[in-house]
Write a protein of this length. Structure first.
Length: 278
């Protein structure tokens, strides 16, 4: 987290947070905590009184591609890679519910060698699409080895789950695991519990940051460096050629909440030169 006098910034992996952390380290009166820290771990009641409560968001297409490619390069430094490619049987992760035994069976029998191969080449379209099938297809949800595996509803994407994990308090986040609440009702309840009131979009990070610094009357430092910050992935959109149409449609379905909330256009019906359907 990044914490200032009248603001804090919640971090979501692969949304530009490393750049922001490096930028705000230049200020003596702004603290930078552990990467991807949560409000729960940082005197939440004091934090929630701050005027500007900021979070990061990115196009779901770019987010999945960037997270996969980064995981290919960083391996065990990626939480997603570790959760997917190892057997996650720690007691504190387990929730005794209808999915308990299915989860245990999936973790014991999943082929970790094959799963590691999905991260062997950051240029492999085939591996990327297989990765998407694992992460987005409800059939493989128990492979992920995280709280995501224990959600009773199968319509929620991994990214949306992470978004709620970072942007609502823990007692509200637990709504995700209540099988008595219908899916649409659950989404509405969680949306109302979001404590964030400003979002920085990765695609517009330079602009959003400049606007915030001006609004909050924080003196701008090394502004030229801000202008240099730019994600080539989000700019040129060549990464879209990695997607099979089938997986793009599946992603749009699972992350429908984020597409709607942040007005991202769904591209599966456009005339892209799609990758083969793996």
């Amino acid at each position: 987290m990044i914490i200032g006098k009248n603001f804090f910034i919640i971090e979501i992996p692969k949304t530009g947070t490393s750049f922001l952390r490096n930028y705000f380290k230049k200020y003596k009166n702004i603290s930078v905590t552990t990467h991807h820290d949560t409000v729960e771990h940082n005197q939440k009641f004091k934090l929630l009184k701050k005027k500007y409560r900021i979070s990061m968001i990115r196009s779901p297409y770019a987010w999945y591609f960037s997270y996969w490619r980064w995981s290919c390069l960083k391996k065990n430094n990626s939480p997603l890679y570790k959760d997917l490619t190892s057997q996650r049987l720690k007691i504190k992760r387990l929730k005794f519910n209808f999915n308990f035994f299915n989860y245990i069976a999936s973790q014991v029998t999943k082929n970790t060698k094959d799963l590691k191969k999905l991260f062997s080449d950051p240029k492999s379209k085939k591996n990327f699409n297989k990765f998407l099938q694992i992460v987005l297809n409800k059939k493989y949800k128990n492979f992920l080895g995280s709280d995501y595996s224990f959600m009773p509803h199968d319509n929620l994407g991994y990214m949306t789950h992470y978004f709620f994990y970072q942007n609502v308090l823990r007692e509200n986040y637990n709504i995700l695991f209540n099988s008595n609440i219908k899916f649409n009702q659950m989404i509405k309840q969680l949306d109302r519990k979001i404590f964030t009131n400003i979002y920085f979009k990765t695609e517009n990070l330079n602009k959003d940051l400049k606007i915030f610094l001006k609004k909050s009357k924080i003196k701008q430092k090394n502004f030229k460096n801000i202008d240099k910050n730019s994600s080539t992935i989000d700019k040129d959109k060549d990464y879209l050629k990695f997607f099979s149409k089938k997986n793009m449609v599946l992603l749009e379905k699972r992350e429908n909440y984020l597409f709607k909330k942040f007005k991202y256009k769904k591209l599966s019906k456009k005339n892209y030169k799609f990758n083969l359907d793996y």
